[in-house]
Design a protein around this ligand. Sequence first.
Ligand code: SF4
Ligand code: SF4
Ligand code: SF4
Length: 334
Amino acid sequence: MAERYFIGKVQWSTLLGGWMEKYQILAPQKHEGGLFLEPVSMENLSTIVYDAARAVQPLKAFLFPALEEVTGEKAEPEKPWLFLGIKACGLSALPILDQAYGGEFADPHYQKRRQESLIVSSDCSQPWETCFCTLIGGKPYPSEGFDLNLSKVWDGFIVEAGSARGKALLEGHDEVLKEVVKEEAEALDKMRKETVSKIEKQNKEYRLPADLQKLMAGSWESDVWKVHSETCVECGACNHACPTCHCYFLDDVTRKEFVKLRGWDACQYSGYAVTAGGGTPRPHLYERFRNRYFCKIKYLFENYNRLGCTGCGRCIEGCQGRIDMRAALNDLTK
Ligand code: SF4
Ligand code: SF4
Ligand code: SF4
């Protein structure tokens, strides 16, 4: 059994207040349009939203910013980040980024931020209507990849340590960490089951097979790509919002001195993958649209042994063409 305790909300806030000295804490705050990861201070400590669902920004927005200089001295944050309220669909994206930016040619910028950061995840209880984690093999509560996880129960949280760094955060706070009693454990199980039911209910019109690789293998020539990409305006929001998309471009800029910039690229753009001679392997929009689905479901799975889609629904929420990935995948099964 993992190490877990019950902690009251007030006592948890006191712990957070203490950690602020050492960490830059970022947590979900509610604004028009959704939840946004924002710096935490004593002024907004009480308005952190722990249990709803994912924030608008994926974690990559911090670990691998949309645009950054990769030459010269870098202005890194003064304190390491402590990300609070990260959801299961955010955690399951990280092994993709870790592998893409790790290994033999590891990216030092990503690695530094990733290794210094702490992640305190939390269970979801109010999924967005675009959430479909359960449809794609996930759960709305984290089971791995966190330093600490919080599950809101009554007037406090069940806090679970998932790493040595997470355990270290709790050390010395025995006076506020209580044994989880049977009723609290039962309340947590009930809440988790209810959340799974909510997500299943809102996705009941979609049926995806367990073997998505097989589904993709027979779908290259499907009409689905042309039909579902008809309203695509090539804005790239689906790529940029996605927690696992990690393609980038490099641009050399000459100002007073040479600067190299790195920015998020998007495989939906017509310029993506264009060669120096002007050729492209995917001249048609439906081919680029198909590529994104194949990348998520097939190529990333083959390369990194995990799906490149976590069911977070950001690509649905942000799509200017009102294209729904669930519907497109579902149509492939017909
Ligand atoms: S997709 Fe699942 S894990 Fe992600 S925010 Fe929605 S309910 Fe939570
Ligand atoms: S493809 Fe869409 S639903 Fe899947 S992880 Fe990316 S943004 Fe989320
Ligand atoms: S978000 Fe929608 S409209 Fe924009 S590129 Fe992606 S599929 Fe096309």
